[in-house]
Design a protein around this ligand. Structure first.
Ligand code: MRU
Length: 333
């Protein structure tokens, strides 16, 4: 494969490296993904994360294995293991299916960069000078091979000279907003304010949020979508406060097998993530050791709460989504 370098992954002399996102923002540590065990561990522990990125990394890894001349059975076995590593982000399954159909991992990687640029350009049109924008989780260069999804729209508006301010939900339990989005925004110089997730409603009530941009891990054909836990609460608050709410996602996040959001499998994670917090600061536990804890990694936001969906191939209003416009995109996939 061609050499490639982004904030989240590097391909050099046919070796694949990812930045360990569990160590950010304190340490920039790169890990070589040299075998399938390492890849599965890195995906499950969120060292590498973000729906488009895990698809791209899986495709790149499989491409390198194919180039090494792996037998068909060993190759298929590896693909099956990677497919099961995280269940919600459909980009992973979509990318693996494409490699198994013979598409090259390199094309999938390059395509992701292009999709980010397109979402950035279309999303930026929705952002006006002076806007205060709320975002959730991390949807930037750490979640894709390019500039991101929702964060690409924000970066692109900023690059156009629009004076914007971003409120970043810290995103409990794994703090992707506080650790990763804050770090990315700082690197590109976009003004931001970090908030705890439960502060978003109060900011909306005070009229301090003009627009909300989030990513997606899987979009059903009716426009319902899964994203990081907490997205649904933000969407409900947005409707009450009449604030435009936009998911941003590439075509690779569309699940042609799910008619509606209720069909999307939601990953359940280790209760310890709720009993405390872990990251570059170490592990802190504040709850009683065996507290019963509920830890779904994602929730589903129904299309009724969506103002419009930004994709690489265009902008779709809620009305268009309700009329079933996503069905017509199946042929593009
Ligand atoms: O569990 P994560 O950190 O992989 O969850 C990521 C998200 O929920 C993002 O919003 C989503 O992948 C879309 S961003 C490109």
């Amino acid at each position: 494969m061609k050499n490639f370098e982004s904030l989240s992954l590097k391909l050099k002399n046919n070796r694949l490296h990812v930045i360990d996102q569990t160590r950010l923002p304190a340490d920039e540590v790169w890990l070589e993904i040299s075998d399938v065990d390492r890849l599965v561990e890195a995906i499950q522990s969120l060292r590498v994360r973000g729906a488009p990125l895990i698809g791209v990394v899986a495709a790149s890894f499989l491409e390198l294995e194919r180039e090494k001349g792996k037998s068909a059975s060993a190759f298929n076995e590896m693909a099956a293991r990677i497919r099961k590593s995280r269940p919600t982000a459909v980009n992973l399954m979509n990318a693996i299916d494409r490699v198994l159909r013979g598409e090259s991992g390199e094309d999938i990687l390059e395509e992701d960069v292009e999709l980010c640029n397109k979402m950035g350009a279309i999303g930026a049109e929705l952002i006006q000078d002076g806007d205060n924008i709320l975002t959730h989780c991390n949807t930037g260069s750490l979640a894709t091979a390019g500039s991101g999804t929702a964060l690409a729209a924000i970066k692109s508006a900023f690059a156009q000279g629009k004076k914007i301010h971003v409120f970043v939900d810290e995103t409990r339990p794994l703090l992707q907003g506080g650790r990763l989005t804050a770090w990315e925004l700082e690197r590109v110089g976009i003004p931001y304010t970090l908030i705890c997730d439960n502060m978003a409603g109060s900011l909306m009530q005070k009229g301090r949020i003009d627009k909300i941009f989030v990513g997606s891990d899987r979009i059903a054909l009716n426009g319902d979508f899964a994203n990081k836990i907490g997205t649904y609460s933000v969407a409900v608050l947005a409707l009450f406060h009449k604030i435009p709410f936009y998911p941003v996602a590439p075509l690779t996040t569309l699940d042609v097998k799910s008619q509606k959001g209720a069909e999307i499998e939601i990953e359940m994670r280790n209760p310890n993530e709720v009993r405390g917090a872990m990251g570059s600061f170490g592990t802190v536990t504040w709850a009683p050791k065996d507290s019963p804890a509920y830890n779904p990694s994602f929730d589903v936001t129904p299309v009724d709460l969506v103002t419009g969906l930004v994709m690489d191939c265009g902008y779709f209003s809620q009305q268009e989504l309700l009329k079933g416009c996503l069905q017509s995109l199946i042929s593009l996939k």
